[in-house]
Design a protein around this ligand. Sequence first.
Ligand SMILES: [Ca+2]
Ligand SMILES: [Ca+2]
Ligand SMILES: [Ca+2]
Ligand SMILES: [Ca+2]
Length: 423
Amino acid sequence: MNADRARPRSRPSGSNEQIFYGKQDEPRAPKEHQISYEAKKQCIAQAFAGQSPPGPSTCASPGIVTVMDGANPALALFTFRGEQTGDYFGDTVTTGDVTGDGVPDVLVGAYGWTNKAGQANTGKVAVYDGVTGKLVYTLEGEKSPDNFGSCLDASADINGDGHNDILVGACFADPVTTGYVKLFDGATGRELYKWTGAETWDEMGRACAFGDVNGDGRADIVLGAGSSVKTDWGGYVWAYDGKDFTRRLYAFTSGASQTKPEPNFGHRLAVADLDGDGYAEIIVGAYRGKIVRSQRDQPATGYVRVFNGKDGTLRYQLNGTTDGGQFGIAIATGDVDGDGLPDVIVGERWGSPEAVHVYKGTTGAEFCVYTNPGPAAWFGQTVGAGDVDGDGRANVAAGAYQGAANSASHGGYVTVFTNAPAP
Ligand SMILES: [Ca+2]
Ligand SMILES: [Ca+2]
Ligand SMILES: [Ca+2]
Ligand SMILES: [Ca+2]
């Protein structure tokens, strides 16, 4: 990461926004070529330290989202700002062509947002035009403490009108953090459907994603409830048909009922067709999961399970390396090795070392790992993938939410890695 070596080149005045660009680092290892740049973290949210739900905010300012040019990390395309101190604006971000002009738009969640009636943590999502950066519209939670915006996806056009549609979670919605996920029509912002958690404490809406699970050509909806006490202590994941929102295709649980600590199965998820058979796989993170289930003395390294889209069977399981490492706190997919099929990228933010692992999507074989050799930074708190250099292979991005204690900025940063030679 070399956050310590990063140096400021650009410091916009009039705000506490500071963008730092690191110098091009020498490769330290064959798999760790990197283009590094660092963004000042606006908000150290102690309440959102991983095990804790988003709670009373300790942020010093509204959140900020900066959109960087993938080809030129020195160029900020847009900067979007939250409205309120502690609104958690930017804690969830996604892109999708909601306006229908062919250019992806930017969606930013602010689950700590207080509505006009003064209800704290109602939450909202802002949709910005990807061409102009102008606000298109906002979606709002119903009431306190919905935490509307806890998950976000706009990667699919579910009703086929040429506008991508939007999934938004509200994981702490009453009664008692039952939670819900809503589907909105991207063209109009109108609510199309609402899925509510099965029971209290489920936290439905910790995660949500589109993907064509049943292979009929239309995206389906996958929902993560990161907690639970009745159905299964450890959380669950539901997949619903994109043509019939009432038809459940699959339900997955951790199988570790009543085992403490709860594994938080479904706290994160991703959906992608890893083997190219036309059925999207469901990739579920359980960041406090135990490798050997139901045994209390087993270390909670966290794990990720990959379920086959075609029949719902477990394809493979990926395991963390460190007790308490929170492997699975972040998941993304992208074709990193260039074989034309998506690979699986998993963050292990509290591992020894903090790491981001990359696995071949078809087999689950690890072929690349990025680690943080520096001070604790929560490297792997977020992960992403996209081809920023145009070579046809996805580049891996890793967020280090806490930054490094002795970093020049003492804030979080994001590193985008160049690809290693194809394995
Ligand atoms: Ca649509
Ligand atoms: Ca489908
Ligand atoms: Ca598949
Ligand atoms: Ca691949």
